[in-house]
Design a protein around this ligand. Structure first.
Ligand code: AMP
Ligand code: MN
Ligand code: MN
Length: 345
């Protein structure tokens, strides 16, 4: 993100929300809890304020999030462009990650808002509310709703909690702040049922997810120094276990949790012959967003992803080498603390 790109104020966003009547809310392909949760949360707040709202996602609603109230409002994009006043992209680091179908469906809508927390977001909206310090887009949506005095119906309340819970690894990652817990406390005071929501989010997996975990564990490899752990999902396994895209969501945390591991990587062969890489880091010195950026991907410094037009073995070799370069560079910094940073360039 360039320092010249300023983020919009809540008031500027509020002006657009008040002035216009019809809104299409979008989120990224292969949606996670923060993507769908942010759509439902802002969508129901706007609807309760009297607006017309549609919620599109390229890949539709994952079965794992179908328990959310209001989830039935998530639609796959219609084939023909829709008429609406404003598009709001949520939790989506780049415009192409909204998906071709969604981009076509909103191709006649002129006004674009972009609300996100990815540091790599290039500010592709007309107004951009981007806060990379926020642990989830859901937390930004919550702050916006409170700042503007928008309604906070039950659908919004539950969706905000699930958005933030899933993007913070259940309120654990370092991006979690007192503000995050204050939000959760406020939502609970508004009547949210913590036990049921968490149980629906975390204790309700299909058996095939565990079968996937078993298959992934069989591919687990560690680097010689034990700092990088990676595992691989091949297309044959996906077919054999009849997997859905969402089945692997969050599994990478299992290898991220190994003692000594600083970077965890999940390599995935996609049905179209392309590859997907998912990365997690425990330390900002090993910035996986920068690794992802080398290959056209993005995300956050501690969680990032790449989609590459290359076969998996090639992708693995190149990405692991890029990670190793960063780890070696960081080790170099530690062993030569007096070296001025400029000499590294
Ligand atoms: P994932 O590993 O898919 O859970 O993604 C980790 C983070 O990186 C999420 O915040 C994603 O939105 C982001 N991300 C994943 N893939 C990409 C990509 N190809 N381009 C930009 N951001 C990505
Ligand atoms: Mn997301
Ligand atoms: Mn997010």
């Amino acid at each position: 993100m360039s320092e010249f790109q300023s983020t919009a104020s809540f008031e500027q966003i509020g002006e657009v929300l008040r002035r216009y009547q019809s809104f299409v809310l979008l989120s990224h392909v292969r949606p996670d809890g923060d993507a769908i949760g942010s759509q439902i949360a802002l969508g129901f707040a706007l609807q309760a304020a009297g607006k017309n709202v549609r919620l599109f996602n390229e890949d539709g609603l994952p079965e794992s999030l179908a328990f959310l109230r209001g989830a039935e409002r998530i639609e796959q994009p219609p084939a023909e462009p829709v008429v609406a006043d404003v598009v709001i992209a949520l939790d989506t680091a780049t415009r192409p990650r909204l998906g071709e179908g969604c981009l076509h469906a909103v191709s006649k809508v002129k006004r674009w808002l972009n609300i996100d927390h990815h540091v790599s977001n290039p500010h592709y909206g007309e107004l951009n509310l981007i806060d990379p310090s926020s642990p989830a887009t859901g937390e930004i949506v919550y702050e916006l709703i409170i700042a503007l005095g928008l309604p906070l119906p039950e659908e919004t309340r539950d969706a905000l909690y699930v958005a933030v819970s899933t993007d913070t690894g259940s309120f654990q990652y370092p991006s979690t702040t007192a503000k995050t817990y204050d939000m959760a406390a406020d939502l609970i005071r508004r009547g949210l049922d913590v036990g049921t929501l968490n149980s629906n989010t975390y204790d309700n997996h299909p058996l095939r997810r565990l079968e996937l975990l078993r298959a992934l564990l069989n591919t687990l490899e560690l680097s010689a120094d034990g700092m990088v752990a990676h595992w691989t999902l091949r297309e044959a396994t996906r077919r054999e276990l009849v997997l859905c895209a969402e089945d692997s969501e969050g599994l990478i945390d299992v290898i991220r949790a190994i003692r000594g591991v600083q970077v965890a990587v999940f390599f995935e062969e996609l049905p179209d012959g392309n590859s997907r890489v998912s990365m997690r880091s425990k330390d900002r010195r090993y910035d996986v967003c920068q690794v992802a950026a080398e290959f056209g991907g993005g995300g956050h410094s501690l969680a990032a992803g790449i989609r590459m037009h290359a076969v998996l073995d090639d992708v693995k070799a190149r990405v692991l080498a890029a990670i190793q370069r960063r780890i070696d560079a960081a080790k170099g910094d530690v062993s030569h603390p007096s070296t001025p940073p400029s000499s590294n360039h």
